[in-house]
Design a protein around this ligand. Structure first.
Ligand code: LLP
Length: 448
C-alpha cells in the first residue's frame, strides 16, 4: 500500500496517520472506523486554491457529495473554497455549519420546489439549473420571493471521458444537463434570457469522474467556448463564468497515475483564454468542482479481521467487520483498493487473500486478491483512499450501524461523526396501534 498524506509506520510497526497510531484509534473508537487526515485534506484544498484562485482568480467549489459533515464544511470554508451541493440535505448541512452561503452553488437534476425555496431563502451564490422544468419553477419561486436568482446552466458537451460507465456524465445520452449538439442547450439559454427573475451568469459542464486524461478537459473547453461563441452570435449574451465540473482522478492502486492539480489548472485556464480570444469572447472566470481529489486520498478505513476461511486450492476469504455498508464502491463499480495490516505494517506480504465484508451478499467483497502478511482474527486492516464516496454513500443494509469518523492531526483524534447505535437504527421505525404488543402476543399464541 502506498503511504499517502501524513501516513507513516511507527517504531512499533504500526500504521500512523496524523501522528495517531491507528491500532490505538481502533481500540479507542472501535471499528469499522473512518479516519480523516486533516493536514492532507487541507493540503489538497490548498493545492486547488493556489492553482486556480491565487494564480488565475478562478473559483474552486468542493464537491460536497464526496464527503460532507459539519466539520468538513468548516475546513472547506477556512481553506477559502466554495461549495457544490446537490440536495436540500447538503444545503442544510452547509447552513448549519455556517458556511458562507454566497459561496454555495446548488446543483441537481431534479431539484424540488421545496429545495429551490430553501436555496433562495438561504441566498445561495448560484443555482445550477439543469432543465426547462426547473428553470420555469425557479423563475416563479424567485418572483414570489421578490429576488432575482443568479443561475448557471448545466450543459452536456458530448465529450467522452475514459472512466467507468456509471460515473461518466458528459456524453449526450445522460440524465444531466441540456445537450448542445441537438439545440436543446441553445433553447434553454434563450428561455433563461427571456425570464425576469433569473439572471444567467454562465455555463457549466461536468464530463465525468476519476479522469486521468487532461486532454478530455481541453476538449470540453473547446466545445463549451465554441458553443458560447454561437450563443453570442444568436443572442448577444456571453458567459462571464464557465464551470468545468470536477473529475480529477486519484491514486487507489498502482494502476492510477494522478495528474498534478497545477498542470490541470494551467492547461484548462490556458485553453479557455486561448479559445476565448480566438472566438472574440470576454475571457470567462474559470470554475471547477473537485471532490474526490480533495477528500478521497485523505480518508482511510480501519477494520478488524474476524473469520478467516481457507478453501484449499481456491481462495482464502478474510472477513472484516464492515464492507459494502461503509464502502459500496467495489460492489457498484468494481473499484480496487490497496490495504495493509495496520498492526503489522512493516511486515512483508506472505500470501494472496480476498477481503470479504459482513453483509449477507456474495457481492460484498471489499478487495479481491491482495497480498498481505497472513491475516489472523484481531488484526487491524487499513484500506486507503476511502475519503470520497464512502461515508457519503454508506448505508444500513442488514441494519449495520454506520461507522464513526475521526479527524486526526498532530497526534490528536476528534470524533466528527459519532458511531450509529442500534437505537439510531430504529429511531424512525413506527409501530401502528393495530400491531401493538398485546396483538402480537395474541397472534403468536394463535399459531401454537
Ligand atoms: N461536479 C458535478 C456536477 C458532479 O456530478 C461531480 C460528481 C463532481 C463535480 C465531483 O466529481 P469528482 O471531482 O469527485 O470526480 N459515486 C461515484 C462518483 C460519482 C460522481 C458524481 N459526480 C464514485 O464513487 O466513483
Amino acid at each position: 500500500m502506498k503511504l499517502q498524506g501524513t501516513m507513516q509506520i511507527n517504531d512499533k510497526g504500526h500504521l500512523e496517520i496524523g501522528g495517531c497510531d491507528t491500532v490505538e484509534l481502533a481500540e479507542r473508537f472501535g471499528t469499522p472506523l473512518y479516519v480523516l487526515d486533516e493536514q492532507y485534506f487541507r493540503q489538497n484544498c490548498r493545492n486547488y486554491y493556489r492553482a486556480f484562485t491565487e494564480k488565475y482568480d478562478g473559483i474552486v467549489l468542493y464537491a460536497a457529495k464526496t464527503l460532507l459533515t459539519l466539520a468538513v464544511c468548516r475546513m472547506v470554508a477556512e481553506e477559502g473554497l466554495s461549495l457544490d451541493v446537490v440536495s436540500g440535505g447538503e444545503l442544510y448541512t452547509a447552513k448549519k455549519a455556517r458556511f458562507p452561503m454566497e459561496r454555495v452553488y446548488f446543483h441537481g437534476n431534479n431539484k424540488s420546489a421545496a429545495e429551490l425555496k430553501l436555496a433562495l431563502e438561504y441566498k445561495v451564490g448560484r443555482i445550477m439549473v439543469d432543465n426547462p422544468h426547473e428553470l420555469q419553477m425557479l423563475d416563479r419561486l424567485a418572483g414570489e420571493a421578490g429576488v432575482r436568482a443568479k443561475i448557471m446552466l448545466r450543459l452536456t458537451p458530448g465529450v467522452e471521458a475514459h472512466t467507468h460507465e456509471y460515473i461518466k456524465t458528459g456524453q449526450i445520452d445522460s440524465k444531466f444537463g441540456m445537450v448542445i449538439e441537438n439545440g436543446q442547450a441553445m433553447e434553454i439559454i434563450k428561455q433563461a434570457l427571456a425570464l425576469e427573475n433569473v439572471q444567467l451568469t454562465g455555463l457549466h459542464c461536468h464530463i465525468g469522474s476519476q479522469i486521468f486524461e487532461l486532454q478530455s478537459y481541453a476538449h470540453a473547453a473547446e466545445v463549451m467556448l465554441g458553443f458560447a461563441a454561437e450563443v453570442r452570435r444568436e443572442t448577444g449574451w456571453q458567459p462571464e463564468e464557465m464551470n468545468f465540473g470536477g473529475g480529477m482522478g486519484i491514486y487507489y492502486t498502482a494502476a492510477d497515475e494522478p495528474q498534478p492539480v497545477s498542470k490541470y489548472a494551467d492547461m484548462l485556464v490556458q485553453a479557455v483564454k486561448t479559445l476565448a480570444q480566438a472566438h472574440d469572447l470576454i475571457v470567462p472566470r474559470v470554475l471547477v468542482e473537485p471532490g474526490r481529489s480533495i477528500s478521497g486520498p485523505a480518508g482511510t478505513t480501519l477494520y478488524t479481521v474476524g473469520a478467516v476461511k481457507n478453501i484449499p486450492g481456491i481462495r482464502k476469504y478474510v472477513a472484516v467487520d464492515g464492507g459494502m455498508g461503509d464502502n459500496p464502491r467495489p460492489a457498484l463499480y468494481q473499484s480496487r483498493y490497496e490495504a495493509l495490516l495496520a498492526n503489522r505494517a512493516a511486515q512483508q506480504p506472505q500470501e494472496t487473500v480476498s477481503i470479504a465484508g459482513k453483509c449477507c451478499e456474495s457481492g460484498d467483497m471489499l478487495i479481491w486478491d491482495i497480498d498481505l502478511p497472513t491475516p489472523a482474527p484481531g488484526d487491524i486492516l487499513s484500506v486507503s483512499a476511502t475519503g470520497a464516496y464512502n461515508y457519503s454513500m454508506s448505508m444500513n443494509y442488514n441494519r449495520l450501524p454506520r461507522p464513526a469518523m475521526v479527524l486526526v492531526r498532530d497526534g490528536a483524534a476528534d470524533i466528527i461523526v459519532a458511531r450509529e447505535t442500534y437505537d439510531d437504527l430504529i429511531r424512525n421505525d413506527v409501530v401502528p396501534e393495530r400491531l401493538g404488543e398485546s396483538r402480537v402476543v395474541k397472534i403468536a399464541g394463535a399459531g401454537r
